[in-house]
Write a protein that binds this ligand. Structure first.
Ligand code: ZN
Length: 218
């Protein structure tokens, strides 16, 4: 039988998934994290995720899914590519890793199932991002239905950030009482610099602009 009070959080050590981890801790009795190593630029991400999970007092698991990096050419896993700073017209920036969230959710569901967990939490948002297709609500709902059918289960994928802007995501961290942890301990930067990061990559721009907006409206 499932324990409705447990959740598995997909956790990368970044701002969004860390906010989701603390959201889950508020909403579920027990929480565990899953960090997927898919050949991203910086293995420091995994250490950061582990340190945050340990501070939050939740079990931490790393899954080696490096094969994802061999499937497509993208600048997050192919370190010889120069990262697109903007979304090119008519296509995705080369930071897009095709299929990534479908793989992640499938891994998460299988692992959740093995722990008797039906709630899966993912920090995706379609509000003010480059709009990757696998961050959209339609995709998440469809993946949820597919995973339920694939395993004859009743998973619930929670996406607390889906409709939040970056500034609103900072406000949520504040509401959860973890603004300092999210601000100082997470790693969002594509250049692998924790906290406020390099300041000029697309991830830093989004994060820092959102923070400024949040602080100005507080
Ligand atoms: Zn950066």
């Amino acid at each position: 039988m499932y324990n409705n009070q447990s959740a598995l959080v997909l956790h990368s050590g970044g701002q969004d998934s860390t906010t989701c981890l603390f959201w889950a801790l508020k909403n579920f009795k027990t929480v565990r994290t899953l960090c997927i190593a898919y050949g991203q630029r910086h293995s420091l991400e995994i250490e950061v995720a582990q340190a945050i999970a340990s501070e939050a007092g939740v079990p931490f698991q790393v899954l080696d899914a490096n094969v994802i990096s061999e499937l497509s050419d993208n600048s997050l896993t192919n370190h010889s590519l120069t990262m697109d700073q903007e979304k090119p017209s008519g296509s995705w920036p080369n930071t897009f890793v095709p299929g990534r969230n479908l793989f992640f959710l499938t891994f998460a569901a299988v692992i959740a199932r093995s722990h008797g967990i039906r709630n899966i939490v993912a920090g995706v948002s379609q509000a003010d991002y480059s709009g990757y297709p696998d961050c959209r609500d339609t995709f998440i709902r469809s993946a949820n239905a597919t995973l339920n059918l694939a395993m004859d289960e009743q998973f619930i994928i929670h996406t607390p950030l889906m409709w939040l802007s970056k500034a609103e995501t900072w406000a949520l961290a504040d509401e959860l009482g973890v603004l300092d942890i999210v601000k100082n301990r997470t790693l969002t930067c594509y250049n692998g610099i924790p906290a406020e990061g390099c300041g000029h990559c697309p991830a830093c721009k989004l994060r820092n602009e959102g923070l400024k907006l949040f602080e100005n409206t507080k």
